[in-house]
Design a protein around this ligand. Structure first.
Ligand SMILES: [Fe+2]
Ligand SMILES: [Fe+2]
Length: 199
């Protein structure tokens, strides 16, 4: 029996999920701290976290699942088509929710505490939405892939991953790399740093 825990593609997906969980949890902590008085955290860190999600999971992780993992599973069985359809809709919905969060943060920066509740509510809903999405992928889709995909399928997935531009190594925006963006977030938020060191 093949040791599927060593599949490179699954390692990448699980690591992405761990990082995303750390960043979204940190975003929620951050928004809660904004309402607690004292010396509030700088909203630029929250903006960096939103930017990270915009640049990495939205640009790389979800398209990788759609194009490779989900497509491979669909080619082997129809049993999960409904779940995969829902997950693909959620990839689109997640982008909309992220944009709404960016707008809510801008409103907070312009108007202050009067609109903090709206930002906090959107953030709580987003964190729940992302956690549920990851849970379905990890408890339904990954086990299904481990069951139905062939060694040739896994080889294709691994090759696709190797050929991608390294999202943590290449300059991707304004002269900065995603690696330095993630480091900036990890330096500001200890829980994110822990997920980073598990890589
Ligand atoms: Fe996904
Ligand atoms: Fe995912």
């Amino acid at each position: 029996m093949t040791d599927t825990t060593r599949r490179a593609a699954l390692h990448v997906i699980r690591l992405d999920h761990k990082r995303l969980a750390a960043v979204t949890t940190a975003m929620l902590d951050f928004v809660r701290m904004l309402g607690e008085g004292g010396s509030p955290p700088d909203p630029i860190v929250l903006r960096a976290m939103l930017y990270y999600i915009r640049e990495y999971p939205e640009q790389f992780h979800h398209p990788m699942e759609d194009r490779f993992l989900f497509t491979a599973l669909r080619s082997r069985t129809d049993d999960f088509d409904d779940v995969l359809d829902e997950l693909q809709c959620e990839h689109i919905e997640g982008d909309v929710r992220l944009r709404n969060l960016e707008h809510a943060l801008t409103r907070f920066e312009l108007k202050g505490e009067a609109v903090l509740l709206g930002l906090r509510t959107l953030m709580e809903q987003y964190v729940d939405f992302c956690a549920n999405h990851r849970r379905v992928e990890e408890t339904v889709i990954i086990p299904a892939a481990e069951r139905f995909l062939t060694d040739a399928d896994w080889a294709c997935l691994d090759t696709a991953l190797e050929r991608r531009l390294d999202p943590f190594g290449e300059a991707t925006f304004e002269g900065e790399s995603l690696a330095s963006l993630y480091r900036l977030i990890a330096n500001a938020v200890p829980a994110v740093a822990e997920a980073h060191h598990d890589a």
